[in-house]
Design a protein around this ligand. Structure first.
Ligand SMILES: C[S@@+](CC[C@H](N)C(=O)[O-])C[C@H]1O[C@@H](n2cnc3c(N)ncnc32)[C@H](O)[C@@H]1O
Length: 330
């Protein structure tokens, strides 16, 4: 049945659709369910008794694990309160990898700490042999002067030329704040968030399924990065919006590698791809040789500027145009 759903958005109840999908058939499942916070969806009633909500969550969580391939992962986004319950369900049937804290300010609720992050649970179906790629994000720079915001002390020469490996705290991807960028949907996620997850956990050509697609964020990320998707949503209006948006999505690559872009800059790149595009970090032996060079000894010759670096240097520091934009500029 999965083949029939590939690269399409299905209007229906996720439990009905998931039941028709074969075991071990999807590479990654990403779920961003309703939070039971009385959000104003057009179809779904976001105010269930707690037991009913959790029973329902248990059912689709089990289905997601069932349809995921042994090499695959399951990601679930929600507020920490519900994630604590999800973790206890998932711990029985999958393997915990990370609780990703996605920094996102919200409103003071009174008599609480200010909620300042959403959580993304990252589980794998199997303990070993799962797909995972480290991802890099650019070093943070001052918007005005473009210098690094972080003080690297005397160790700047050890910095990766592009950016640091991403940790389990994500502060660089922002919620969609401007109304011009958001759809008529109460909780649309930003595409770079999903792109980072897709880059981390899949290869081009893999399949990502989202049972609560909303206005299409996961499908857009998958298509932009050359992956297949299956999206499900209960609401016909959201399905229509997502389907329309998808028609204008093109693959985003930089020098042939799939990357996540935001406002003209790379937001996430896989480390294995960055290694091909940016010069290698110098080892301590190489640094010693460089110092010797300053003393008049034989200079190093094996770290010459690669063609990829040359073209990168032609661009503004920190700005990398997609292959498509670059082609237009030519
Ligand atoms: C939190 S939103 C997802 C937003 C989405 N991540 C985005 O970026 O647009 C949850 C979505 O789940 C849908 N939904 C609620 N119950 C559902 C069900 N039983 N089956 C499928 N979709 C459902 C709602 O219509 C809503 O669009």
């Amino acid at each position: 049945m999965l083949a029939e759903y590939l690269d399409s958005i299905i209007n229906g109840d996720c439990l009905d659709i998931l039941a028709r999908i074969e075991d071990n058939s999807v590479d990654v499942c990403f779920a961003d369910p309703p939070f039971n916070l009385e959000k104003k969806y057009t179809t779904y009633n976001d105010q269930k008794p707690v037991e009913e909500y959790l029973n329902w969550c248990r059912q689709w969580l089990r289905e997601l694990v069932r349809i995921t391939k042994p090499s695959g992962s399951i990601f679930v986004h929600n507020i920490p309160k519900w994630l604590t319950y999800y973790a206890s369900i998932l711990n029985e049937i999958a393997h915990f990898r990370h609780w990703i804290a996605w920094d996102a300010m919200s409103n003071p609720l009174g008599k609480t700490l200010l909620p300042a992050h959403y959580g993304i649970l990252f589980y794998t179906k199997e303990l070993k042999g799962y797909k995972f790629y480290e991802v890099r994000a650019p070093h943070k720079r001052c918007r005005v002067c473009n210098s690094y915001l972080k003080d690297y002390g005397g160790k700047k020469d050890q910095m990766h030329p592009f950016g640091a490996l991403v940790s389990d705290v994500w502060t660089d991807i922002h919620r969609i704040r401007h109304n011009v960028r958001r759809d008529e949907h109460p909780c649309q996620l930003p595409v770079p968030l999903l792109e980072r997850i897709v880059l981390m956990s899949t290869d081009p050509g893999d399949i990502i399924l989202d049972p609560f697609l909303g206005t299409g964020t996961t499908a857009i990320a998958a298509k932009a990065l050359g992956r297949h998707f299956v999206g499900i949503d209960l609401d016909a209006e959201y399905v229509k919006m997502a389907t329309e948006k998808l028609q204008n999505v093109h693959e985003t690559t930089y020098q042939g590698f799939y990357v996540s872009y935001f406002l003209g800059k790379i937001q996430s790149i896989r480390d294995i791809d960055a290694a091909q595009l940016f010069p290698a970090q110098l080892t301590s032996v190489e640094k010693k040789r460089m110092r010797q060079k300053d003393n008049g000894s034989k200079p190093i010759t094996d770290k010459q500027v690669s063609p990829a670096l040359q073209s990168r240097l032609l661009e503004q520091p920190g700005e990398y145009h997609t292959d498509a934009v670059r082609d237009q500029k030519r």
